[in-house]
Design a protein around this ligand. Structure first.
Ligand code: ADP
Length: 186
């Protein structure tokens, strides 16, 4: 099962993807986590990505495609994957389609977690207190939300046109939401 998980920052993609991974037995690929690890390790990718991440802007499509190609070429993704944080704009969505067509492994389902803006701002403020992520400050959060609306929201329509998008209510208990996602895959 090859799944793309969509939704605004703070919609709970990371939490839900970790649980879906257990349910489905396929790896969870989070581009945000991969990038944060690259920054922490001081790799070339990390050095190139850091400024954009700190500003709440997108890292370049070229760098991201390199990262994704490398991950999706690995043997452990043969049974499928849950992709979280990619694609984040239409160019990335098209590049991913091309890559997966080439591999003969198209996306089965795109799941979009829907959460209203007020909830998101509250959740991210709470996460900033608890985790201290450097891109959870108020100004950077505003940028990330703007980038989401301008660049990432159209990605949902891309999958809707392909007939593989399911929107799932992202408000409620974590377990309940996970069950909704599982139902959307059935
Ligand atoms: P969130 O979805 O909560 O904003 P992520 O952990 O998914 O956070 O991503 C953090 C940052 O990493 C983004 O703001 C962006 O700078 C960078 N990033 C992650 N995925 C991508 C991507 N597909 N394309 C470009 N930049 C990305």
């Amino acid at each position: 099962m090859r799944i793309v998980l969509l939704g605004p920052p703070g919609s709970g993609k990371g939490t839900q993807a970790a649980m879906l991974k257990e349910r489905l037995g396929v790896p969870h690929i989070s581009t945000g986590e991969l990038l944060r690890a690259a920054v922490a390790d001081g790799t070339e990718l990390g050095k190139k990505a850091k400024a954009a991440m700190d500003a709440g802007q997108l890292v370049s499509d070229d760098l991201m495609l390199g990262l994704i190609e490398e991950k999706l070429g690995r043997p452990e993704v043969a049974p499928g994957f849950i992709l979280d944080g990619y694609p984040r704009n239409l160019a990335q969505a098209r590049a991913l389609d091309e890559l997966l067509d080439r591999l003969g492994q198209p996306i089965d389902r795109a799941l979009e977690l829907t959460v209203d803006e007020e909830q998101i701002v509250q959740r991210l403020a709470k996460r900033a207190e608890e985790e201290g992520r450097s891109d959870d400050t108020e100004e950077v959060v505003r940028n990330r939300l703007a980038v989401y609306h301008e660049q990432t929201a159209p990605v949902s329509s891309h999958y809707e046109e392909k007939g593989i998008l399911v929107r799932v209510d992202g408000i409620g208990e974590i377990e309940t939401i996970n069950q909704r996602l599982a139902d959307a895959l059935a």
